[in-house]
Design a protein around this ligand. Structure first.
Ligand code: ARG
Length: 589
């Protein structure tokens, strides 16, 4: 079916046409339409146009208003202030538009004009290491961006660039060969398989013991270094041991992602190790083309504008002087794979802002090498730091990094208490299920409601609050609408364009109408926080509507039907929007 044109778009079109009629020769001008409290919309664009034409803005606005007479869409159009146009729509246009919207399963959301392929690099924890609060950000933001892009029809390739390669594995593997039983598990795990927590505690124990030996024993250190060489040259026995670490870690990651309610497909986990075979070739190409040069034995790329404190250039090191490849070589090889193998048009990296310099240098190197040209866009969606209430990077009381699982468990526990207190007709099992959905929803919403590049404060008290800009507030709003719809029984939601609308109904309807534009902007800008802001406003407008306009007790059956219709389309919009953020919408709370 043809996409439903939003009211904003229709009004804008009318105003453009009116400008063309009233001011022939003025060229095209954006009416700059905004929602307004005074009328439904305000157009501010005539001020700039008047300036350009050196005309009196109020006069000009009056001429445009005259050229856009009232009709089925516009009820009134008035000049105000220095030369704004206040536009009020007919009630009928609002209801009819929403009713067409309701027939569309996408609620009018557009597809991008020319879909391309975007590779999204996100949710990238490190093997044999605990996931921490930083991985909360790259997982949740990345997941929401993936949903948004897929929703507008972009082809998305997900890449979890996990840290599964590097020198630390020499130490771990060597220790394991010398203590072969250390990764074997007790009877505890189901059918011999460890749970996520068990897997991580095994890895932690192994890490600690191997570290202790590594620090104390020079000969062990030698053997560990030889292991690294064996690993990088593909020695089968070493690789098999390495694989055990990776498998053990994946059990742990999957358990955390499960709790986080983020879907991770095994085939999308393509870690640093996957590019091992490309590293030497990447270096060869860079050196041959002169993009990288040897400097003190290392293969380096230099940049005019990247310098250390004393003004000396700080290079990107692609290969170390001992022949080892680092993070940069892997990322450059991944770019070659994504551009030439996956045929990406866009490379998106959801990575901590503290790695911005690394990506700036990597992208520039790839550009110089001709791997990233005008046709391919590489972007780091850099996110800020999670802060504690003291305004410093979030740490435990002892000053250690916070384990992600502990944080999630606490959020779930707090949310469960909130759910239990409010629950009227929920069983214990339902309380536990909703508690998890509300707790994780709260964490996700807090993450997604500030723009990614900003730091934000991790404050569970605020996150699980029922009032304010929280995930919980949205989930309760959704459950409330659903409960009204359930109670309606015989009464059916039915849009009736003949009915006059109350101000709260208009405000709600016009906001629902803005959903498609919001989706287009949020997807184009990789900005899930715009979805969050939209939903918060939607829930607030719904609350105001519900306070001011009785639904089931509205009296006349047409009014009941029309208000139920508004409830229904609000519920669908909330649900769709929250799904984009990866937040569950329980039917009852
Ligand atoms: N593993 C890294 C971390 O934990 C993130 C990887 C980012 N992606 C990349 N292509 N370098 O911070």
């Amino acid at each position: 079916m043809a996409p439903v044109i939003s009211l904003t778009a229709s009004v804008e079109e009318r105003l453009r046409a009116a400008i063309a009629t009233a001011l022939p020769g003025a060229g095209s001008a954006d009416p700059l339409l905004r929602r307004s409290d005074r009328a439904d919309y305000q157009a501010n664009g005539l001020l700039a146009l008047a300036k350009r034409l050196q005309a009196n803005p109020r006069e000009l606005a009056a001429r445009v208003a005259e050229a856009a007479p009232a009709d089925g869409l516009i009820r009134a159009i008035e000049v105000s202030g220095p030369g704004f146009l206040n536009v009020t729509l007919t009630d009928r246009a609002i209801t009819e538009n929403l009713s067409a919207r309701a027939r569309d399963s996408r609620l009018g959301a557009p597809f991008v004009g020319r879909p391309g392929t975007t590779v999204v690099d996100y949710a990238q924890p490190n093997v044999a290491k605990e996931m921490h609060v930083g991985h909360l950000r790259n997982s949740i933001i990345g997941d929401a961006v993936v949903h948004l892009l897929e929703f507008v029809g972009e082809k998305v390739v997900r890449r979890h660039h996990i840290g599964d390669w590097g020198t630390q594995f020499g130490m771990l593997i060597q220790y394991l060969t010398e203590h072969p039983h250390e990764l074997e598990r007790g009877e505890g795990g189901e059918g011999g398989r460890a749970s996520g927590e068990e897997a991580m505690s095994n890895l932690n124990r192994l890490y600690k013991s191997s570290r202790a030996v590594f620090d104390a024993d020079e000969e062990f250190r030698q053997r560990a270094r030889r292991r690294v060489v064996a690993l990088q040259s593909g020695d089968p026995e070493t690789l098999a041991l390495w694989q055990r670490f990776v498998d053990e870690s994946k059990i742990y990651f999957n358990a955390v992602f499960d709790k986080l309610d983020v879907e991770i497909r095994d085939s999308d986990v393509v870690g640093e190790s996957a590019y091992n075979d490309m590293l030497a070739e990447t270096c060869r190409l860079l050196e041959k083309s002169g993009v990288a040069v040897r400097s003190e034995g290392a293969l380096c790329v230099f940049f005019d504008d990247v310098r250390g404190p004393e003004g000396n250039p700080v290079p990107l090191i692609v290969q170390k002087s001992d022949g080892g490849f680092g993070y940069a070589a892997t990322d450059l090889s991944a770019i070659r794979d994504r551009v030439f193998g996956l045929k990406a048009d866009t490379l998106l990296y959801v990575v901590d802002a503290r790695q911005s310099l690394h990506f700036r240098m990597v992208f520039e190197t790839a550009r110089r090498a001709g791997w990233l040209d005008g046709g391919v866009n590489a972007v780091q969606l850099a996110f800020g730091t999670v802060l504690g209430k003291d305004g410093k990077p979030f740490k435990t009381r002892k000053g250690e990094t916070v384990r992600l699982v502990d944080l999630l468990d606490e959020a779930i526990e707090r949310a469960t208490a909130v759910v239990r207190e409010k629950a009227r007709d929920l069983t214990e099992e339902e309380i536990a299920e909703r508690g998890a959905q509300v707790g994780i929803g709260a964490v996700k919403y807090a993450e997604l409601s500030t723009s990614a590049n900003r730091d934000y404060t991790f404050d569970l008290d605020r996150m699980v609050s029922l009032n304010g800009d929280t995930g919980v507030y949205l989930q309760y709003a959704y459950a409330r609408v659903r409960s009204i719809l359930r109670k309606a029984g015989e009464a059916r939601p039915a849009a009736d364009p003949d009915l006059a609308l109350e101000p709260a109904e208009r405000a709600l309807g016009l906001h629902v109408d803005a959903f498609p534009e919001m989706v287009a902007v949020a997807a184009a800008e990789y900005a899930p926080h715009k979805v969050a802001a939209y939903l918060y406003q939607l829930a607030s407008l719904f609350t105001a509507f519900y306070d001011q306009c009785p639904v089931l007790k509205a009296g006349a059956p047409e009014t009941v039907g029309n208000r139920l219709f508004l409830c229904m389309i609000t519920a669908r919009t909330l649900r769709q929007g929250m799904a984009l953020l990866g937040i569950r919408t329980p039917e009852r709370l």
